[in-house]
Design a protein around this ligand. Sequence first.
Ligand code: NAD
Length: 329
Amino acid sequence: MHSVLIIGCGSIGERHLRCFQKTGRCSVTACDTNPALLADMKDRYAAPGFATLDEALASGGFSAAVICTPAHLHLPMALKLLDAGLHLLIEKPLALDTTLVPQVREAIARADRFVGVAYVYHCMPWMVGAREFLKSGELGRVLHASVVCGQHFPTFRPAYRDIYYARHEHGGGAIQDALTHIANAVEWLIGPSSRVFCDASHQMLEGVTVEDTVNVCARHDGALVSYAMTQFQAPNEVLFQFHGERGSLKVEVHNRRWGVMHHGADGWTWHETPPLERDDLFITQAQAFLDGIEGLPSLLSTFDEGVQTLKFNHAALHSVHVGMPITIE
Ligand SMILES: NC(=O)c1ccc[n+]([C@@H]2O[C@H](COP(=O)([O-])OP(=O)(O)OC[C@H]3O[C@@H](n4cnc5c(N)ncnc54)[C@H](O)[C@@H]3O)[C@@H](O)[C@H]2O)c1
């Protein structure tokens, strides 16, 4: 039985805590500096708790941790946890910049632990199906892709003004918070980004000044890719299109389906997934993490894939700042 420490029990930490419990493969302990939240985790999930990471580590006995604090804390915490010999699932984005990446990479190698990044699109059956199809080569090389996506953030994250989202230096804004999922998914499907030209601005969301609207023109491994995202639009939708040498592939995340159209065909052939509970994807993610710890194949984003997407985030923010395209080494 694994023993998993959930660090940060806010919006996503509570979900991880509940979903790891639902795997039936581990015991779960909470850690949060907010005493009211800790008490809540105890009342609602019978989860024991610690007010600080140091206290939790001093108590010993954990085999793994899920880092669910704001992004500027992810890698400093990862170093401490790897030194203590724990396997890690780290929330997105991996960090704000790559400063600590070499040190963490060394610590992972030294500790010989499994580390995944919680880009949950890797656990969506429609993304997995689309990826397998693209990798089969049936459409040839992907030459162009586009993503149109967004949601009404005040509806889905009403606390946005009061959390990390309000500050870039805590991992906030649309690029680091939301677009990063999409960029990681595109990288997972067709390859890493190598050039990013980004325009972004605060258009609408009340109470914050960070960007809520983003357009990106990027290159991924020879494909031209455009991204458009808003966080004030009414529909909660994500639409990917990939155009290859012999046809196209479309993913409608909001409809849980992916489809293919070959050149000359007159319609899409769809592959649908029956309705899921929102927790289901996170239970799949928890299972994938525990599989990785046990040395089984795992769907999760690797640490290196998380680093690559961190470079995308950084390049996008830098591009907005200087008004120029940025090349990713
Ligand atoms: N994968 C997803 O779908 C998804 C969804 C939401 C958030 N996230 C990511 O997860 C992270 C957390 O987001 P959230 O929405 O849960 O934020 P949140 O503000 O709701 O929760 C963060 C929690 O961390 C706690 N915390 C802060 N510093 C701490 C410390 N030093 N020790 C222990 N606890 C500490 C806070 O008290 C708070 O309860 C962010 O990086 C965010 O981008 C991912």
